[in-house]
Ligand binder design. Structure first.
Ligand code: PBG
Length: 323
C-alpha cells in the first residue's frame, strides 16, 4: 500500500521533503511616504501599517534592511492635488525626496517607485481625464514619462508603472535610454485587475476616484488569457519584471505567467488581502503566524519570484534574514 503519510511523520522529515520556501530577500515592503507631516501615522484600515515622513522612512528602511528586507516600493502622498497631477513630476516632490534620502543613507537597498497619477490628481483617476470622463491614454503616458525621468534623476533603481495605460513601458524605456538611464529597470504592473481588494490602499493613499471607476483601464477580473497578452506586450516593450495584481484571487494567473514567460514575475499581495487577514486575526478567527506563512508560500508555489506584501517586515522579523 502507498503510504504518503510516512513522509509527514516528523518535523525533520517534513522539512526534508519540503518543496517550496519563502526567502526574505524575495519580499518587497510597500511604504507610504507623506509630504505633509500631519498626514503621517497609522492607517485605520491597515493595522500595523504607517504613513511615514521622508525623515522617518529612512529609519524604517534601515530597520527593514537589518531584518533582510532590502527592497521597498514607494508610494507618495503629496500635499496638493490637481487635475493634471503636476505634483508627480516635481523634481522635489515627496517620492523624489524619499528616493534621494533612502539612497543617501541606505545605498544598497533596492528602491522601487510606484509610478501612477492617482495619488496626485484631485479627481483620483490615474491620468488625464477627458470631457467624456474617460482617461486619455496617450496624454497620460506623456505625464508618466515626465515623472519617470524625475525618479531616475533622484536615483531610483526600479520604476513600477501601475497605471495600465497602453504603450507606457515602451515610452518610459525609450525616454530613460535617451537620457542615459539605461540601468534603471522597469517592473510593470502588467496584469492589474480592476479589483475591490484595493479599498484600504485608497484610504491610505487618498486616491479613491471621485467619479466612475477604473474599469476602462484596469483589467476585467474574469479574464485570464488577456492577462498573458498584457504581460507579453509589456515584455516586448522592455519590461524587466512583470507583475500580477492582486495576488490571492489571481494565483492562477501567476502560474500561467510563470509557465509562459522567462522573465521574473512579481505578485502584489494587496491591501485588501492584508486587511481581511488582519481583521480575522484581530477577531481571533485566524492564527496570525501560521496564516501569514501559508499565505506567502502560496505565492512561491504559484511561481512568483518577487512578493510585494505588507507582511514583509513581520515575516522577516520572525524568520530571520534567511527566511
Ligand atoms: C496606484 C496603485 C494602486 C495600488 C497600487 N498602485 C491603487 C489602485 O489602482 O487603485 C493598490 C495597492 C494595494 O491595494 O495594496 N494606481
Amino acid at each position: 500500500m502507498h503510504r504518503p503519510r510516512r513522509l509527514r511523520r516528523t518535523p525533520v522529515i517534513r522539512s526534508l521533503v519540503r518543496e517550496h520556501h519563502v526567502r526574505v530577500d524575495q519580499l518587497v515592503q510597500p511604504l507610504f511616504v507623506v509630504q505633509n507631516p500631519r498626514d503621517a501615522g497609522a492607517i485605520s484600515s491597515m493595522p500595523g501599517i504607517e504613513r511615514f515622513t521622508v525623515e522617518r522612512v529612512v529609519d524604517e528602511v534601515r530597520e527593514l534592511a537589518d531584518l533582510g528586507v532590502k527592497s521597498v516600493l514607494l508610494f507618495g502622498i503629496p500635499e496638493f492635488k490637481d487635475a493634471t497631477a503636476t505634483g508627480n513630476y516635481d523634481p522635489n516632490g515627496v517620492v523624489q525626496q524619499a528616493i534621494r534620502a533612502i539612497k543617501r543613507t541606505n545605498p544598497s537597498v533596492c528602491v522601487i517607485a510606484d509610478l501612477c497619477n492617482c495619488e496626485y490628481t484631485d479627481h483620483g483617476h490615474c491620468g488625464i481625464v477627458t470631457e467624456s470622463g474617460d482617461v486619455d491614454n496617450d496624454a497620460t503616458v506623456q505625464l508618466l514619462v515626465r515623472t519617470a525621468i524625475t525618479y531616475a534623476e533622484a536615483g531610483v533603481d526600479v520604476i513600477a508603472p501601475s497605471d495600465m495605460m497602453d504603450g507606457r513601458v515602451d515610452a518610459i524605456r525609450s525616454a530613460l535610454d535617451a537620457r542615459d538611464f539605461t540601468d534603471v529597470a522597469i517592473m510593470a504592473y502588467s496584469a492589474k485587475y480592476a479589483s475591490a481588494f484595493y479599498g484600504p490602499f485608497r484610504e491610505a493613499a487618498g486616491s479613491t476616484p471621485q467619479f466612475g471607476d477604473r474599469r476602462t483601464y484596469q483589467m476585467d477580473p474574469p479574464n485570464a488569457r488577456e492577462a498573458l497578452r498584457e504581460i507579453e506586450l509589456d515584455i516586448e516593450e522592455g519590461a524587466d519584471i512583470v507583475m500580477v495584481k492582486p495576488g490571492l484571487p489571481y494565483l492562477d494567473i501567476v502560474r500561467a505567467a510563470r509557465d509562459a514567460f522567462e522573465v521574473p514575475i512579481a505578485v502584489y499581495n494587496v491591501s485588501g488581502e492584508y486587511s481581511m487577514i488582519q481583521a480575522a486575526i484581530a477577531n481571533g478567527w485566524l492564527e496570525a503566524e501560521r496564516t501569514v506563512d501559508e499565505l506567502l508560500v502560496s505565492f512561491v508555489r504559484a511561481g512568483a519570484d518577487i512578493i510585494i506584501t505588507y507582511f514583509a517586515k513581520e515575516f522577516a522579523a520572525r524568520h530571520g534574514a534567511r527566511g
